[in-house]
Design a protein around this ligand. Structure first.
Ligand code: GLU
Length: 417
């Protein structure tokens, strides 16, 4: 497991190398930035409902803390690896820096299949994970949050376990909590909403009318569902296709994402939604749409399928959905890519708002959160767009250069390097 190659990790390192020259990084800086500052491996014995004990493996990677306490989600996934977690922790570092948050980057993971675990088993696993990483986390060290297959309930257990170990309530130790336990208004749809604010700016630049735009969403979890729902509700887009791990559905007249979500809850999949045609996930990526939103896992758009992508805007709401080879093809076709660290920053931005509310004891309403989020996403989009145009580089190179530049500046000012 430990030696398994990770395409995402290779690509993330390559993106760093690409901007190293422009930033005039010294070999020492590059050496420091291409590896995490700290990694913890944990073994978690969990009492299962049938009386047996199962040992799960988990990790926490703290990539870089030059800009502040590290921040990033915890993924519960059967195919999770330390390499992927490392890559995702690097992405969190660049994401927080790009969005000017006073935070470093981290990521955690537990190798497990939550679909095969009971509610109580997931609770015991979540608590065991926090006990395992307790020594290196905390509100001014490293703050976990949700990611793939973790949710506000899991965050509530994690915050409770942390608080028990600390002997006091520490709401600010975890973000993405239920609102009654110090969670922020507007955190639940923040990644999708934030991403759509960047789509709106991109559409203006490209002269795309969102009212008539067709959208395809790959992945129908928390981010994918809200992206589909809000694209229709906020802009009036026609959401022609959505998918989950079992396959995709298509309707030329547009789907009702809320209704599809109800169907998924009652049947376990978006497939067989009445009136919709079944497609494969691959076919969804190749649809004739204006906007394609990958909102599931990494390495979805590759050299094999990028040539067939017809979308004009690729809004990367997942982390690492496009491989380097896939991106080169999209660039040659003139597809406007809103890179992951820019597009999906809304989640960690509202997590940061949650931390600020937890520190200050204040509670902001949904409108306040949304307008603050919108301001930050627009500012980041335009700074990346302007940098890319001025320096004739891609949106991703621009985003990396701005982000890595800030981390390097902080490291120099702290006298690290
Ligand atoms: N897991 C999310 C991400 O990849 C959010 C992290 C957070 O809120 O700390 O950006």
């Amino acid at each position: 497991m430990g030696s398994r190659r990770s395409k995402l990790l290779e690509d993330v390192k390559q993106h760093l190398c690409t901007c190293a020259e422009g930033l005039k990084l010294t070999p020492e800086m590059e050496a420091f930035l291409e590896m995490p500052m700290r990694e913890l491996y944990v073994s978690l014995p969990v009492h299962m409902d049938d009386g047996s004990i199962k040992v799960f493996r988990g990790f926490r990677v703290q990539y870089n803390e030059a800009l502040g306490p590290t921040k990033g989600g915890v993924r519960f996934h059967p195919e999770d690896t330390i390499e992927t977690t490392r890559a995702l922790a690097a992405l969190m570092t660049w994401k927080c820096a790009l969005h000017k948050l006073p935070l470093g980057g981290a990521k955690g993971g537990v190798i497990c299949n939550p679909k095969e675990l009971s509610h109580r088993e997931i609770e015991r696993l979540s608590r065991a994970y926090i006990r395992g990483i307790y020594q290196i986390i905390g509100p001014d060290r490293d703050i976990p949050a949700p990611d793939v297959y973790t949710n506000p309930q899991v965050m509530a257990w994690m915050m409770d376990e942390y608080s028990k170990l600390a002997g006091k309530n520490v709401f600010g130790a975890i973000t993405g909590k239920p609102t009654i336990l110090g969670g922020s208004a507007g955190r639940y749809d923040a990644t999708a909403r934030g991403g759509l604010y960047t789509v709106r700016e991109a559409a203006k630049k490209l002269g795309i009318n969102l009212k008539t735009a067709r959208v395809a969403v790959h992945g129908f979890g928390n981010v994918g569902y809200h992206a589909a729902y809000l694209a229709k509700k906020m802009f009036g887009c026609k959401v022609v296709a959505v998918s989950d791990s079992k396959g995709a559905i298509f309707s030329a007249d547009g789907l009702d994402p809320e209704d599809v979500s109800g169907h998924k809850h009652s049947t376990g999949s978006v497939l067989n939604y009445p009136g919709a045609k079944t497609l494969t996930n691959e076919e969804l990526l190749e649809l004739d749409v204006e906007i394609l939103i990958p909102a599931s896992l990494e390495n979805v758009i590759t050299k094999e399928n990028a040539g067939k992508v017809k979308a004009r805007i690729l809004a990367e709401m997942a982390n690492g959905p496009t491989t380097i080879e896939g991106e080169a093809i999209l660039n040659s076709k003139g597809v406007h890519i809103i890179p992951d660290i820019l597009c999906n920053g809304g989640g960690v931005i509202v997590s940061y708002f949650e931390m600020v509310q937890n520190y200050s004891g204040m509670q902001w309403g949904e409108e306040e959160i949304r307008s603050r989020l919108e301001r930050k996403m627009k500012e980041a989009y335009h700074s990346v767009y302007n940098f890319a145009s001025k320096n004739n580089v891609t949106m991703r190179q621009a985003a990396y250069t701005l982000a890595v530049g800030r981390v390097v500046e902080a490291m120099q000012l702290r006298g690290w390097i």
